[in-house]
Design a protein around this ligand. Structure first.
Ligand code: FAD
Length: 463
């Protein structure tokens, strides 16, 4: 029998990879994790979820002080922006959390192999030039920013999400290319700190993939906050001259173009799987048309002993999806039955208010059959009203015959936290009646979920 250096070698230490490595080690497998970055935690901890949330949280305070929201509650302050300190606390959060993964690796006896990994054969990988063998290899190499053809990212004037987290000063005018989650979150940060923000979106509405009502209502809220939108508009080129950029735009469906001047341009049109440097050809593994690695239900690739998870495989590009797949793949490698229910993966936009959803959109649910929909406005929720947070709603989509909940969508200050309840209910196969008859603490934003469930049956109490 062949002997290997490790039972499991994970390539990539993002939320998919580091979680897979820890669970594999917990299950008694000799495990290593190769990472080309200097620190562990992947995109999520280093340049994604965590630093963006640090900037969103801090800028939310600034905005509340600057836009009169605090004064309305009797707290009068004139805020002064100390951007260096704001960046400092962001870097601190990243340092502490990435260091935390290093601690967890040591605690669980996961070997951290430093360097870029590429396949030599299906059981051998070269990490920083050193051969390492493993019985099972998990590809968890994540994703990186999709470039816009013809647009050079210099991380000063034309930035991607990583550059947008690090801007040394508030730009006068920021043009955000792409009205998806990342563009709206980072656009919100700089809008709150004083930038004029224009968001250009190719489609007719922002937040593709989200429920139609939610897309429309969020667009209205962001406009009210001062973000300008150019929907149904394509960017045909970006040129930089000195410290300014000219963004050439035109209607997506054709027509006369124009030029928008900006101090900073954020390119946030999506992310692409990282497979280029992996040497997949050496193990005979091809990617699909979208550059992703195809897997089966158990996260096995077409090559025996090689598995894949996270942003590099099809599905939502989200950290919690990658983490759950990390646990499942390790359990499958150990001979257990690791499963991820891809129908119940929540999505959250961490703006103000937050926007969240899980399961089907109303549009997708209607394509599958007859549905009942219940909606409850946050303006009628006592806690939201007391907190001066009137915007948003909760919407529940249920199967018209069985009443089983198919999707839940929410726009509310704490929608990202509220959506966990909906995901759990759906995971247990709840009906809207189950949610409507579950006692919710008062006064909480979550009562809006109960009321929306009551609205499915046409009988909410507070509207
Ligand atoms: P990654 O986190 O991308 O990690 C892959 C790792 O593999 C990287 O560290 C990379 O250096 C390493 N690697 C790649 N190739 C090799 C190689 N050949 N050898 C060795 N190492 C290699 N998701 C959320 O759920 N919530 C959020 O709030 C959120 N906010 C985001 C904000 C921003 C600005 C961005 C950019 C992303 C955000 N995401 C968010 C998405 C989230 O970061 C990703 O879905 C998640 O990190 C994917 O995890 P992963 O483990 O698949 O890959």
């Amino acid at each position: 029998m062949a002997s290997y250096d490790y039972d499991v070698l994970v390539i990539g230490a993002g939320p998919g990879g580091y979680v897979a490595a820890i669970r594999a080690a917990q299950l008694g497998l000799k495990t290593a994790c190769a990472e080309s970055r200097e620190t562990l935690g992947g995109t999520c901890l280093n340049v994604g979820c965590i630093p963006s949330k640090a900037m969103l949280h801090a800028s939310e305070y600034f905005d509340a002080a600057a836009n009169g929201a605090m004064a309305k509650m009797g707290v009068k302050v004139t805020p002064e922006l100390d951007l260096d300190t704001m960046h400092g606390q962001r870097r601190d959060a990243v340092r502490q959390l990435t260091g935390g993964i290093e601690f967890l690796f040591k605690k669980n006896k996961v070997t951290w192999l430093k360097g870029r990994a590429s396949f030599t054969d299906a059981h051998t990988v070269s990490v920083g030039g050193q051969p390492v063998t493993a019985k099972n290899i998990v590809i968890a190499t994540g994703s990186s920013v999709t470039p816009l053809p013809g647009v050079d990212i210099d991380q000063k004037i034309v930035v991607d999400s990583t550059g947008a987290l690090e801007l040394p000063r508030v730009p006068e005018h920021m043009v955000v290319i792409g009205g998806g989650v990342i563009g709206l979150e980072l656009g919100s940060v700089w809008r709150r700190l004083g930038a004029k923000v224009t968001c250009i979106e190719y489609l007719d509405q922002i937040l593709p993939g989200f429920d139609g009502d939610v897309r429309k209502e969020s667009n209205r809220i962001f406009k009210k906050q001062g973000i300008e939108f150019r929907l149904g508009t394509k960017v045909t080129g970006v040129t930089v001259q000195g410290d300014k950029a000219s963004v050439a735009v035109a209607p997506a469906k054709g027509g006369e173009g124009e030029t928008i001047q900006a101090n900073v341009v954020l390119v946030s049109i999506g992310r692409k799987p990282n497979t280029d440097a992996l040497g997949l050809d050496r193990i005979g593994l091809a990617t699909n048309a979208r550059g992703q690695i195809e897997i089966d239900h158990d996260f096995r690739t077409a090559v025996d002993g090689v598995w894949a998870i996270g942003d590099v495989v099809p599905g939502l590009m989200l950290a919690h999806k990658a983490e759950d797949e990390g646990i499942a793949v390790a359990e499958n490698i150990a001979g257990q039955h690791g499963i991820v229910n891809h129908a119940v993966i929540p999505s959250v936009v961490y703006t103000w208010p937050e926007i969240a959803g899980v399961g089907l959109t109303e549009e997708a649910a209607k394509e599958k059959g007859e549905v009942k929909v219940g909606k409850f406005p946050m303006a009628a929720n006592s806690r939201a009203k007391t907190n001066h947070e009137p915007d948003g709603f909760v919407k529940i989509i249920a199967d018209a015959k069985t009443d089983r909940v198919l999707g839940v969508w929410a726009i509310a200050s704490v929608a990202g936290t509220m959506i966990a309840q909906a995901a759990q209910a759906m995971e247990f196969g709840a009906t809207s009646e189950d949610i409507a008859y579950t006692c919710h603490a008062h006064p909480t934003h979550s009562e809006a979920i109960k009321e929306a469930a009551m609205a499915v049956r046409g009988k909410p109490i507070h509207v």
